[in-house]
Unconditional design. Structure first.
Length: 598
């Protein structure tokens, strides 16, 4: 019996020995299930134990967390913070500087501690054992930061570098000043931290700013300047003295240039050149630009020649070395090559080789003054080079027609009157140039016909210009440059264009005269006439009319462009001239403001 009982008791004893292991396994299973359940319940919520700026949002959805963050932190950002800087104090409302982004803050709270599944489970298993603080997301307001800067501007000051200026022979220093500043962005963040911590006072310190150039650095430069102007410096070329820089001249040449170690003492190169270049003028020669010469229908380049001049950088170094060095105060200068402004290579690159077009107009019945003016303007134009793509302007090339520039009195057209004017003959020159550009097939940018039809010019192909008024302009659309050469007699004026032929051909047609207008009375006010005077000048009684000239430009047999030029010629009837104080009964022009020419 006893043996049977013992056998029955053995399984019970084995079960009792294994009970702790079974119980532990059951507890682990229950805990795991709890974790999984917890993980599922907060899968769309902020993890427990998470707070934003001290506001607990654990277990809340992102939407609820956003609302709680806004409600919990808004009062703190609305409470003013006193900022104390030294003896100064001003108040700032954090919400005027910063914008709280509650939505982004809630998103940051939701994302925290969700970096892995295991960490998520660990956080779920012990949600209240370890808390997690998340900084709120804020952004600086552009206008708030500028307002903070305005408040700080009254407390800070910029650093001021020392300066030097020569007063006669003596360098005078204005001392430097140390500045102060505050990092505005860092201060705004400090105000935020103070507000979140519930504080109401923030102490901030000014940071000293060292000036770029200190007084001591300026003094070192001033000592060098004193030495430079302490005595004259002789200028020598090839062992012979050719000039002398006085103490006053040296002092006027001194310049102080900021550098990494304060100021460098230099000499003004332009001023030094003006003083020292004459010392070696007899040893130098000027450069000569390349030019063009023509022979019949051919053009060739006249080569440029380089010149020599005082080597200014070397002269600066030599004078400073002589003034500051231990030896005698003698600067040895040298010469440098001076390259021509328009070199032989520049001229050859323009491809100007042979005649393109040539046009001649007759002077007609011209006074000696008019012929003189035409010749003078032709001289101004002679040798003009128009680079590819460039535009020729008559007024820019010839310039103002004034007595100071050698022009004589000629005649100008005002309405139906022919009146005396300085520079008469200008339109003969412009008309000749216009016809060259017309025959070369160049784009005409600006052209105005005469008021009258003048029979010694080709019908519909004349051009008038005046200073401050109409201009003649055309553009070089060729692949190479154009050279304008002039020739004239007392009876004719000729302009010839040279370049590289580009297979162009121009075909033109002059249309019929249309829109005839009978002569009628015109009116003019002459400020120089006797007050209240009225007089009538009879005209030629020629009718006015319109005419158009068409042009087709071919290049290598293909049409390049088609254009036309319409001229409106006025009828030349009688003119009534009124003096000051009288008003004409119809439209009129004032002689003082009129422009034109023949």
């Amino acid at each position: 019996m006893t043996e049977i009982a013992a056998r029955l008791a053995r399984p019970i004893l084995r079960l009792e020995r294994r009970w702790p292991l079974v119980a532990l396994a059951a507890l682990v299973l229950v805990a795991g299930l709890a974790v999984l359940v917890r993980a599922y319940t907060v899968r769309t919520a902020v993890l427990p134990g998470v707070s934003v700026g001290g506001v607990d949002v654990g277990g809340l959805s992102r939407q609820d967390a956003e609302a709680r963050i806004a409600a919990g932190l808004a009062p703190r950002f609305g409470a003013p913070v006193a900022v104390v800087v030294g003896e100064h104090r001003f108040r700032v409302r954090p919400e005027d500087l910063l914008t709280l982004d509650a939505a982004a803050s809630a998103e940051a709270a939701y994302d925290t501690e969700r970096t892995s599944f295991l960490r998520r489970l660990g956080a779920m298993a012990a949600p209240f054992l370890v808390g997690r603080e998340v900084d709120p997301v804020t952004r600086l307001r552009p206008d708030g930061e500028s307002a903070l800067a305005s408040s700080l501007a009254r407390l800070t000051k910029p650093a001021v570098s020392a300066t030097i200026a020569m007063h006669g022979l003596r360098p005078v220093i204005r001392p430097s000043q140390v500045g102060t500043e505050i990092d505005e962005t860092a201060l705004a963040r400090a105000i935020e931290e103070t507000a979140l911590a519930g504080g109401s006072v923030l102490h901030a310190d000014l940071v000293p700013i060292r000036p770029v150039i200190t007084t001591s650095e300026a003094r070192r430069a001033a000592l060098r300047a004193k030495v430079v102007a302490a005595a004259p410096v002789a200028i020598a070329y090839r062992g012979k003295r050719v000039g002398m820089l006085s103490r006053a001249e040296l002092a006027r040449l001194i310049r102080f240039q900021p550098s990494s170690h304060g100021y460098d003492v230099l000499l003004a190169p332009g001023a030094l050149g003006r003083i020292a270049a004459p010392f070696v003028a007899s040893k130098t020669h000027a450069s000569v630009d390349a030019s063009f010469a023509v022979s019949g229908a051919r053009a060739h380049v006249v080569p440029s020649r380089n010149g020599t001049q005082l080597a200014l950088p070397a002269a600066q170094d030599a004078v400073l070395a002589a003034a500051l060095g231990p030896g005698t105060r003698t600067a040895k200068v040298i010469l440098a090559h001076k390259t021509a402004g328009f070199t032989t290579e520049d001229a050859r690159a323009l491809g100007i080789r042979r005649q393109l077009v040539s046009y001649t107009t007759e002077m007609g019945a011209s006074s000696a003054n008019r012929i003189h003016n035409v010749h003078l303007m032709a001289d101004y134009i002679d040798g003009t080079v128009i680079k590819p793509g460039a535009t020729f302007s008559f007024n820019r090339v010839v310039g103002p027609r004034t007595a100071e520039r050698g022009f004589l009195e000629g005649q100008m057209i005002v309405g139906s009157l022919l009146l005396p004017a300085i520079g008469g003959g200008v339109c003969q020159t412009a008309t000749t140039l216009f016809n060259d550009a017309f025959e070369a097939g160049l784009p005409i940018v600006q052209r105005t016909n005469h008021s009258w039809y003048l029979s010694h010019y080709p019908l519909g192909r004349d051009a008038t210009v005046s200073w401050g008024g109409p201009d003649l302009a055309f553009r070089n659309d060729l692949k190479h440059g154009i050279l304008i050469k002039t020739s004239y007699t007392d009876a004719t004026l000729t302009f010839t264009f040279y370049g590289s032929p580009q297979g162009r051909k121009v075909v033109s047609h002059t249309g019929p005269e249309t829109n005839f207008r009978a002569p009628a009375m015109s009116y003019v006010v002459d400020p120089t006439a006797p007050p209240h005077s009225v007089r009538v000048v009879s005209g030629t009684q020629e009718r006015g009319f319109d005419v158009s000239v068409s042009r087709t430009v071919y290049e290598h047999g293909k049409v390049l462009r088609k254009d036309s030029f319409t001229s409106h010629y006025v009828a030349v009837g009688p003119t009534t001239i009124y003096g000051p104080g009288r008003t004409p009964p119809g439209p009129y022009v004032t002689i003082a403001g009129a422009s034109g020419g023949t």
